[in-house]
Design a protein around this ligand. Structure first.
Ligand SMILES: Cc1cc2nc3c(=O)[nH]c(=O)nc-3n(C[C@H](O)[C@H](O)[C@H](O)COP(=O)(O)OP(=O)(O)OC[C@H]3O[C@@H](n4cnc5c(N)ncnc54)[C@H](O)[C@@H]3O)c2cc1C
Length: 290
């Protein structure tokens, strides 16, 4: 199913994200985890894509496997920072042949060695190419409630986002955020800017203390005091931290849905127990607006 259609027909949706293994040797255990998540019957599952392109075959394999085995609606990611136009065309054709109807089109994080490809600078260029090659596909793009880390001014980031949406984004998914007010302010700014595509709120359950530093460094997300206190108190006890992280994420989701933000994407990171914990706590709420 196309995700933009899904958003038109359902007021509240819950989706989960998984990522491919770094090497083929890890594929089996990742597939096992993705199967457990698919058995929860989320509205869709996204499969990330390594910016260097190294995991590209696994992304397609995992997405196709979920679709075939569970009938899951999948969103396969594609990045362009090191890709050539030929590679993008090959990947889009491959996704289409596999029956994948949704692509999350991204620039990708800049490679550590600084060597990027010459064909693409920004995600908007990738989106334009996908739309031209496969106009029937539904395309998602990333957005950043606190501004993208490389962009000095959030207002400029919004200008770039508007251009990206006009290039052909059917919906947006946000970077993680830990304070819902940041999202509400961002949604207001989108409205004023004339960006009207559906926005899926990206929620990252932080279930171990190490994840905090890593996630914040990558995303630049603000960490509220309430969150810091939780990590300070439970960070050294893995069981308590996992439970507290799931509860924090679930509370964020309840508040979002209560305030009319119905499309929730959980960065579940190949952790079925985290996905299941969140879904279980929302079982009645997920039926809202059916
Ligand atoms: C929901 C989500 C899913 C993700 N999945 C993946 C994944 O699967 N694999 C992966 O490697 N990474 C993934 N990422 C990370 C993402 O690749 C990085 O955040 C990356 O740094 C930016 O990608 P983008 O597509 O948002 O880039 P862009 O939209 O191209 O923006 C990148 C930067 O360029 C600026 N910019 C855009 N257009 C212009 C312009 N015309 N002139 C000047 N500046 C401009 C923007 O303001 C921004 O600072 C994901 C992020 C999110 C939020």
């Amino acid at each position: 199913m196309q995700i933009n259609r899904l958003f038109q027909t359902k007021e509240v949706t819950l989706s989960f994200e998984v990522f491919p293994p770094k090497t083929d040797a890890g594929l089996e255990s990742v597939l096992k985890a993705t199967h457990k998540i698919a058995e929860l019957h989320p509205d869709f599952m996204s499969v990330t894509y390594g910016a260097g392109g190294g995991t590209s075959r696994s992304t397609a394999k995992i997405a196709a496997d979920l679709q075939e085995t569970y009938g899951t609606t999948v969103l396969a990611h594609l990045t362009c920072v090191t890709a050539t136009k030929a590679k993008v065309a090959e990947m889009v054709d491959n996704y289409r042949e596999l029956g994948i109807q949704n692509i999350m089109a991204l620039r990708g994080d800049l490679p550590r060695d600084g060597v990027r490809g010459e064909d693409y600078r920004y995600a908007a260029e990738l989106i334009r190419d996908i739309k031209k090659r496969a106009p029937e596909l539904c395309i998602g793009g990333a957005c950043y409630p606190e501004g993208h880390v490389e962009c000095a001014r959030p207002s400029e980031d919004l200008d770039h986002l508007k251009a990206k949406v006009e290039a052909g984004c059917d919906f947006l998914t946000t970077q993680m955020f830990f304070d819902n007010n940041i999202l509400y302010n961002f949604l207001y700014k989108l409205e004023k800017k004339g960006i009207h595509v559906p926005v899926c709120a990206g929620i990252m359950p932080i279930t171990n203390a190490k994840q905090v530093a890593r996630s914040v460094a990558l995303s630049g997300s603000t960490i509220p005091q309430r969150f810091r206190t939780m990590v300070d108190r439970f960070g050294d006890d893995p069981g308590s931290m996992r439970q507290a992280g799931v509860i924090y994420a679930t509370e964020q989701i309840v508040d979002l849905i209560a305030n009319g933000v119905g499309h929730i994407h959980v960065y579940s990171m190949n952790k079925p127990e985290v996905a299941a914990g969140i879904q279980r706590s929302l079982s009645e709420i997920l039926g809202v607006g059916k």
